[in-house]
Ligand binder design. Structure first.
Ligand code: HEC
Length: 95
């Protein structure tokens, strides 16, 4: 948790300059359905991201365009933010 707080503190000023970082996007827009650990929430029927078979590029498609109950984010997030959040999920939420 300490590490997360530090990362958030470090990434906030950067986010203001270069679009929001993957971590900031994830915590701002994704955790309410996917959980802070990415394991999913039964109430939203979200799959665990830790065991996802999707590549980063495939995740970008789902994030941009949505799928079933997963909302589309292309109107809310810039393409580099979608890339950043997919990269964050692949790099940081692995078991
Ligand atoms: C309103 C709830 C909700 C929000 C907010 C949400 N998701 Fe989802 N997400 C879902 C659901 C439900 C699914 C499963 C979709 C399905 O059944 O096909 C999903 C699926 C996914 C998948 C596919 C996982 C896989 O292995 O198939 C990815 C990637 C994903 N979400 C990323 C994100 C990201 C990144 C954000 C934030 C920008 C986000 N989601 C925000 C509900 C949400």
């Amino acid at each position: 948790m300490k590490r997360l707080a530090l990362l958030l503190a470090l990434s906030a000023p950067l986010a203001a300059q270069a679009g929001e970082s993957g971590l900031v996007v994830f915590h701002g827009k994704c955790t309410r359905c996917h959980g802070a650990d990415g394991r999913g929430k039964a109430i939203f029927n979200t799959p665990s991201m830790l065991t996802s078979k999707l590549s980063a590029a495939e995740m970008e498609q789902v994030i941009a365009n949505g799928r079933a109950k997963m909302p589309a984010f292309k109107a809310q997030l810039a393409p580099d933010e979608i890339k950043a959040v997919a990269a964050f999920i692949k790099a940081e939420l692995k078991p």
